[in-house]
Design a protein around this ligand. Structure first.
Ligand code: PLP
Length: 388
C-alpha cells in the first residue's frame, strides 16, 4: 500500500527520520579510547530525562521487561516480600515475574481502569509495622488500560506510613513523555524502555537507581549475572560497558536525548497532554467511553471501550487492512473489548488527526453508530483553540 504505515500503537512508536539517520552507522570498536566520549554523556543526559541528579542511570541491551528484573534482583534478597497493585496486563506481568523469581508477592487486585489506590496503600503500609514489605512496585502508566497512577501520591503514602520499602516504578510508557520526577518523588528504581517516549526501536532498557538502591546492590544476595548492576557500575565508571553495546541504538539515543532536551521536558509533557486531550474529545464525540476511569486517563495511550455487541478486533483489523494504520489491541482481560490509540513519541496535531480520522473510518466501516466527522471535528476544535 502506498504511503507510510502509521503506528498509533503505544510502542514501538514512530522513529523520526533524524533518529533513523543517526542510527545508520558503521560498527566501531567499543573498547577504543573514543567510545567513552559517546557513552559517558549519554548516561549523564539520561539522568535529565529521569529527573535525577542524585541517582545513576544505566543502559542495558534489553527491553523494559529486563528493567523489572534489574530492579528486583539487584536490590532484594531471595524470598523478600514485595507489594503490587494489579490493574492491567503490565502490572500483572511484573507481579508474575516477581513470583517466578521466588519473591513473596502481595498482590492487590484493582479494577482495570483504575490506578493505585493511595488510601489503601497507606493503610496497608501502616499495618506492616514490622516492615516485612521490602519494595512497592508501581506501574506508573498501565499501557493496557490507558491508566496513569499518581507516583508522587505513592511516595506521600509511603512517607505517611514512615515505611522504608523501596519504591520501584515501571515508567516504560511514561518516562520521556509524561511528567516523571525521580528525585522529587523519591523513586528508588525507575524503569523505562527505548521504544516509546524515547522514539527508538526496542532493545534498550533504561533504568535509574537512587543512592539507597545502589547501596542495596552491594549487599543483595540475589543471584544474578547478565543483569548485575555491579558490572555496569564498574565498566561505566570508565566509560565502557560490560558487554558489547548496541551501537546504533546508542547513536539513536544520542539524537533522541538531544531532541527531547531541545524541546524541553515540560514542553514534551504538555505536547503529550494536548495530543491525548484531543483524542479524548474525539472519543467523547463518538459517544464512546474510555477504559480509564475519571482522574486516571493517560496522556500516552487511550483505551477505547466498545459495546458488548461489538468486537474491538474488527476495528483494529479494518484500520490496518483498509487504511494502513496500526492501533493497539486489548490485552488479556480486555481482549476484544477495547482498542488502544497511542499518542506517544514523535507525534503532532496533524499526525494525531490522521489517527483519529483513521479510527473514525474504521468505526464506520465496522458498523458503529457514530456521526461521520464528529471525532475529527472535536479534535480539530480542541487543537486549534489550544495551539500556541
Ligand atoms: N511495562 C509497560 C508499562 C509496558 O507498556 C511494557 C511494554 O509495552 C512493558 C513493561 C514491557 O516492556 P518490553 O516489551 O520492552 O519488555
Amino acid at each position: 500500500m502506498a504511503g507510510r504505515n502509521h503506528l498509533y500503537i503505544p510502542g514501538p512508536t514512530n522513529v523520526p527520520n533524524e533518529i533513523l539517520n543517526a542510527m545508520h552507522v558503521a560498527m566501531e570498536d567499543h573498547r577504543s579510547p573514543v567510545f567513552p566520549k559517546l557513552l559517558t554523556p549519554l548516561l549523564e543526559d539520561l539522568k535529565k530525562i529521569f529527573r535525577t541528579e542524585t541517582g545513576q542511570a544505566f543502559i542495558y541491551p534489553a527491553t523494559g521487561t529486563a528493567g523489572w528484573e534489574i530492579a528486583l534482583t539487584n536490590t532484594l534478597n531471595p524470598g523478600d516480600k514485595v507489594l503490587i497493585y494489579r490493574f492491567g496486563q503490565f502490572s500483572h506481568l511484573w507481579a508474575e515475574m516477581a513470583k517466578r523469581l521466588g519473591f513473596e508477592v502481595e498482590i492487590h487486585q484493582v479494577p482495570w481502569g483504575m490506578g493505585i489506590p493511595l488510601d489503601q496503600l497507606e493503610a496497608r503500609l501502616k499495618e506492616d509495622s514490622d516492615h516485612t514489605i521490602k519494595a512497592v512496585l508501581a506501574t506508573h502508566n498501565e499501557t493496557a488500560t490507558g491508566v496513569t497512577s499518581d507516583i508522587a501520591g505513592v511516595r506521600k503514602a509511603m512517607d505517611a506510613a514512615s515505611h522504608p520499602a523501596f519504591l520501584f516504578v515501571d515508567g516504560v510508557s511514561s518516562i520521556a513523555s509524561l511528567e516523571f520526577r525521580m528525585d522529587e518523588w523519591g523513586v528508588d528504581g525507575a524503569i523505562s524502555g527505548s521504544q516509546k517516549g524515547f522514539m527508538l526501536p526496542a532493545g534498550g532498557a533504561f533504568v535509574a537507581f537512587s543512592q539507597k538502591a545502589l547501596a542495596a546492590v552491594e549487599t543483595s544476595t540475589y543471584p544474578r549475572c547478565f543483569l548485575d548492576l555491579k558490572d555496569q557500575m564498574t565498566n561505566n565508571a570508565n566509560g565502557y560497558t560490560p558487554y558489547t553495546p548496541n551501537l546504533p541504538l546508542l547513536y539513536g539515543l544520542r539524537k533522541a536525548l538531544d531532541m527531547l532536551l531541545e524541546e524541553g521536558l515540560e514542553n514534551v509533557y504538555a505536547r503529550h497532554h494536548r495530543l491525548a486531550e484531543g483524542t479524548r474529545r474525539a472519543v467523547a464525540a463518538w459517544g464512546m467511553k474510555e477504559c480509564a476511569q475519571p482522574g486516571f486517563a493517560s496522556d500516552t495511550v487511550t483505551a477505547v471501550v466498545v459495546s458488548e455487541d461489538k468486537d474491538a478486533r474488527t476495528v483494529i483489523s479494518t484500520a490496518f487492512s483498509k487504511y494502513n494504520i496500526s492501533l493497539g489491541a486489548g490485552l488479556s482481560e480486555v481482549a476484544g473489548k477495547v482498542f488502544r490509540i497511542g499518542h506517544v513519541g514523535d507525534m503532532n496535531d496533524v499526525s494525531m488527526l490522521g489517527a483519529i480520522a483513521g479510527v473514525e473510518m474504521a468505526l464506520l466501516d465496522s458498523g458503529f453508530d457514530i456521526v461521520p466527522g464528529s471525532g475529527v471535528a472535536a479534535a480539530i476544535e480542541y487543537y486549534r483553540s489550544t495551539v500556541k
